[in-house]
Design a protein around this ligand. Structure first.
Ligand code: GH3
Ligand code: MG
Ligand code: MG
Length: 374
């Protein structure tokens, strides 16, 4: 109920005289009064003016008061209407009648002939409750909005305004489940800006921040609506591409890489250029059975991209990936892993070790922590 506005009361009675009598009394007490002659008209009025309180006659033709109150309260329960207190006016001073009215959802009752002092007291008391209820509902709404905002903040990277690692992991989990259920492909691209540390070192941390922001937007602009783009940590970004096979993901990553290489980044004192490296992995793949393996595989491919010169896209289990990882020498424990075939056939699918021997886990990750959530 808004402050500084007269409370609005709907009087429902099949006798015009009764409506007019109540109207005169209530208007004299400072209420705005509308009238309705039957149940249908009452429901129509409620939809139109949404009164603060309803004085409802029980016995009416077409639709009686019990049915009206049932319908009203059902709408309130379905959140189609706010709480509107209903006072039943009944000619019969029988307990049965009162019980039926209250059971149907009425909030109070008053017997005819109406004692106006009593009516006024009951109206005031219910309007007080309505006022309390409204401010509670308002506070609940504000709390819900605040909660939504907080959740949004908790899933967003503060600097770049793209999704953060927590959000990416939640989304990947959902998308992975979805792809398994529907037997659809899914791919991920792990991107890392090359030699980013030198941006900070040469141009300052603020320039580094500006590049990160612009880089994130660049990725976002290139991605489809259904893709997810987020900052996985430091200067490392992850793209999740649902419904995308590995080949298509590699082509997409290559296009992105070219865009970045051709892009001129702007910071306060000037411009600069940077390249990026990408590791791409996709499912279905015999060695990728869950979302962690998908992520790890893209990470391993990214590692190879860095090791083999940067500014390139490497596909997990692709020729370059396998050549590089084999070149490093596969250790025997890896070959003995259950379910893994020997490497001698050169079978691309089974030839690459899941972990690159000799490589420290994510050794090239940022000095601010390889997976620092921002
Ligand atoms: P590589 O090509 O191997 O990826 O080299 P790199 O220099 O990009 O990688 P390295 O891990 O050595 O350095 C990453 C740098 O990213 C170091 C860290 O200070 C910087 N960095 C991480 N987060 C932020 C940030 O939010 N803002 C800025 N300005 N720099 C950041
Ligand atoms: Mg880097
Ligand atoms: Mg890095």
């Amino acid at each position: 109920m808004e402050r500084n506005r007269k409370p609005r009361i709907l009087v429902v009675d099949d006798h015009e005289d009764n409506i007019e009598l109540l109207r005169a009394r209530l208007e004299a007490r400072g209420y705005d009064v509308d009238g309705a002659r039957d149940g249908y008209e009452a429901l129509e009025q409620v939809d139109r003016v949404c009164p603060d309180l309803i004085l409802l006659d029980v016995m009416m033709p077409k639709m009686d008061g019990m049915e009206v109150v049932r319908r009203l309260k059902a709408k309130t329960a379905a959140e189609e209407l706010p709480f509107i207190p209903v006072i039943m006016q009944t000619a019969l001073d029988s307990t049965e009648n009162k019980v039926e009215g209250l059971d149907a959802g009425a909030d109070d009752y008053i017997t005819k002939p109406i004692n106006f002092a009593e009516l006024e007291a009951r109206v005031n008391s219910l309007l007080r409750i309505k006022g309390l209820q409204s401010s509670l509902a308002q506070r609940e709404k504000e709390l819900r909005e605040l909660n939504d905002k907080l959740r949004q903040i908790s899933l967003t990277d503060g600097l770049t305004q793209v999704e953060n690692r927590r959000s990416l992991e939640e989304r990947l989990n959902e998308m992975w489940q979805h792809s398994v259920r529907l037997h659809e492909p899914i791919a991920v691209v792990m991107c890392d800006i090359d030699k980013f540390k030198t941006v900070n070192d040469q141009y300052g941390h603020q320039a580094g921040d500006a590049v990160l922001k612009e880089f994130a937007q660049l990725l976002k602009n290139e991605a489809r609506e259904i893709d997810r783009v987020g900052r996985y940590g430091g200067e490392e970004f992850l793209l999740i591409l649902p419904g995308t096979v590995l080949d298509a993901a590699v082509t997409f990553a290559e296009r992105l890489r070219e865009k970045v290489a051709m892009h001129t980044f702007t910071y306060t004192d000037g411009t600069l250029c940077r390249t990026m490296s990408c590791g791409v992995a996709g499912s279905p793949h015999p060695r990728i059975q869950n979302q962690e393996a998908l992520l790890k595989s893209s990470d391993e491919a990214l590692y190879v991209a860095k090791e083999t010169g940067r500014n390139k896209v490497v596909r997990f289990d692709g020729t370059e990936f396998n050549k590089h990882t084999q070149g490093k020498g596969q250790d025997s424990s890896d070959a003995e892993e259950p379910g893994k075939q020997s490497n001698t056939s050169g079978n691309a699918i089974n030839s690459a070790p899941a972990v690159i021997p000799g490589a420290p886990p994510r050794a090239r990750a940022t000095s601010e922590g390889p997976r620092a959530a921002h």
